[in-house]
Design a protein around this ligand. Structure first.
Ligand SMILES: [Cu+2]
Length: 155
């Protein structure tokens, strides 16, 4: 059940902002995968395509600098919502709960289910392939839009 839902989440549309590290580099990698990519001049978004009905709270797209990627878990979002990785393989998500309630990082396919207490930071080891985005959720607030993605590196 959960696995099927996560596969559905893999279909993201990524819209890039014009500022910050060149997001078009990341988007070219996205376009070559099973993710549908689009570029917009509006603020960065990371929203689902048709077929995925739960919301994703969009807090933008950022480019990673190295194998460690910092993410804030707020009420109820991950920020940045999408991160373009600069390498594949074993990476680390450093997730800090900047909100007022308990959050979580779950990647069912990788056996990850880690709670993040208020004010705490957890290091989550993830495995990223070069051909598909890695979707993670807060298991408590997934249906409130608490979904994030690590995008494959540009080839
Ligand atoms: Cu949460």
């Amino acid at each position: 059940m959960m696995r099927r839902r996560l596969v559905g989440l893999g279909l993201l549309v990524v819209l890039a902002t014009a500022c910050g590290p060149d997001p078009n580099d990341a988007l070219s990698a996205v376009a070559s995968s099973n993710v549908q990519a689009a570029v917009s001049s509006s603020s960065g978004t990371c929203t689902p395509v048709a077929g995925y009905t739960a919301p994703i709270t969009d807090k933008g797209l950022a480019s990673a600098d190295g194998p460690e990627m910092a993410v804030s878990a707020g009420d109820f979002f991950f920020q940045p919502t999408c991160i373009a990785a600069d390498g594949a393989g074993t990476l680390t998500l450093k997730v800090t709960n900047t909100g007022a309630i308990l959050h979580n990082v779950t990647i069912a396919d990788q056996g990850i289910d880690i709670d993040v207490a208020v004010g705490e930071t957890v290091e989550v080891p993830i495995t990223l392939t070069t051909d598909a985005p890695l979707i993670y959720v807060c298991k408590f607030h997934r249906t409130s839009g608490m979904v994030g993605a690590v995008l494959p590196p540009t080839p």
